[in-house]
Design a protein around this ligand. Structure first.
Ligand code: HEM
Length: 418
């Protein structure tokens, strides 16, 4: 590695992401330390960890994600923080935390629930919901927090409908996902154990309630089937424990990601009037716009793997057992792959962003996520004269989810119009 007096940037600290993506740090890492050791010091009451290697170039991120034989999702699971060793066997039951070939069995079973037909049938529901929420936001005044008035509900209600969760139980789902995702954020203080230490939100104790609910819902779907994902899962050969885990995976993976992508995309449009104009006037298609907005605002900042054997990456030795963390948020701005990456270009094609990951774990809900975002932008274009920033957004304290907690916007015609 280059001998330099310049300090190696820290991209571990969850607090830095509350100020937006740390582009300067990522760029320095990509250019000088593409596979960089990171300290995992004690932060926000969470204990220190053993540290990890941060992978920031697009090619290396893709390589790690595709090579499950060398970079395991199973050994240490997929979060930066090491799970409590006692919880590891439990966490490993989740498809997300399995490696091929075991992973393939679960993935094939649950993929049957995500058929393109089912997702496409969902478009009318998403559109009606987007229209309703946007109309209410418009009525609430020229200035509104779109997270509160539109995007939080849009993501949650679409997911609960797709899963087949009755309207009366939606609040429960929100509570459970917030516990898991926002655990680093001071607005969401973690539950404490008897000694006052934070309890890992992914531990069996914290999830018991949600699992019991998943079983009840599955029983209901066996009695009264619907056109929804839980009906398919309840009638599949999944074992009880697998079904519970999959319900948990979906509620977390499918809610907070879209809850991040939707305001992230709207914020980017508000901050780029010329691109907004192109979209509003139909100069660019919504499909390319959806992908460029996902590249610009990757909802998932990072995912973790563990090296199964000694290997090397970008010329850097990676010892067996070393924690390796890929940063999607850096790969999406890699100058080696994207021309002028800091220019938002809603017509950008091709657009090989890695916001949905790559390799065997590539997002199972990508089609559903893209549909929701496309419909939201189309309906925003139809319902709103335009979007302009009305104050700084508030962002989540997290090195995992690129969350936006509030997004004050003025609903007005914005920027020069042709
Ligand atoms: C814009 C929204 C979304 C983004 C950016 C996103 C991102 C991702 C990423 C990066 C992964 C790969 C994890 C890894 O490499 O270990 C993943 C996996 C997954 N996603 Fe998404 N996701 C989104 C929406 C959704 C939705 C709406 C659902 C379901 C309703 C969903 C379900 C899943 C599942 C089940 C997996 C695990 C796949 C496996 O382990 O084989 N995601 N997602």
């Amino acid at each position: 590695m280059e001998n330099t007096s310049e300090a190696l940037p820290d991209v571990f600290d969850p607090r830095i992401y509350a100020a937006g993506l740390p582009h300067d740090r990522f760029r320095a890492l990509r250019d000088r330390w593409p596979v960089a050791p990171q300290e995992e010091y004690e932060v926000l009451g969470w204990p220190a960890g053993p540290g990890f290697l941060a992978v920031t170039r697009h090619a290396d991120v893709v390589r790690v994600l595709k090579d499950a034989a060398a970079y395991s999702s199973h050994l240490g699971a997929t979060q930066i923080r090491d799970p409590d060793p006692a919880d590891l066997p439990f966490i490993r039951r989740m498809m997300l935390n399995q490696d091929p070939p075991h992973h393939g069995r679960l993935r094939r079973l649950v993929s049957r629930a995500f058929t393109p037909g089912r997702i496409e049938r969902f478009e009318a529901t998403a559109r009606a919901r987007a229209k309703e929420l946007l109309a209410a936001a418009r009525e609430s005044g020229p200035e509104t927090d779109l997270v509160r008035t539109v995007t939080d509900d849009y993501a949650l209600l679409n997911l609960t409908d797709l899963l087949g969760v009755p309207a009366s139980d939606r609040g429960l789902l929100l509570e459970w996902t917030e516990r898991v995702i926002a655990y680093q954020d001071p607005d969401e203080p973690p539950a404490l154990d008897a000694e006052g230490r934070p309890v890992n939100p992914r531990s069996p104790a914290m999830l018991a309630e949600m699992f019991a609910y998943a079983q009840q819902l599955a029983a209901r779907k066996r009695d009264r089937p619907g056109d929804d994902i839980m009906t398919v899962l309840a009638h599949s050969p999944l074992q009880d424990a697998e079904l519970e885990m999959f319900f948990f995976l979906l509620t977390v993976a499918g809610n907070d990601t879209v809850r991040s992508a939707a305001p992230g995309g709207l914020l980017a449009l508000a901050e780029h009037p010329e691109q907004q104009r192109r979209l509003w006037e139909g100069e660019v298609g919504t499909d390319t716009a959806v992908d460029e907005l996902l590249r610009w605002h990757p909802p998932v900042l990072s995912f973790r793997r563990t090296a199964t054997r000694a290997t090397d990456l970008a010329g850097v030795p990676v010892p067996a057992g070393r924690k390796v963390v890929v940063f999607h948020a850096s790969a999406n701005y890699d100058e080696r792959v994207f021309a002028d990456p800091h220019r938002l270009d809603l017509g950008r094609a091709p657009n090989p962003h890695v916001s949905f990951g790559d390799g065997p774990h590539v997002c199972l809900g990508a089609h559903f996520a893209r549909l929701q975002l496309r419909v939201l932008y189309e309906e925003a274009r139809a319902a709103l004269p335009g979007l302009a920033p009305a104050g700084p957004p508030r962002r989540l304290v997290s090195n995992f989810i690129n969350g936006i907690k509030s997004l004050p916007l003025r609903l007005e015609r914005c920027g020069p119009r042709a």
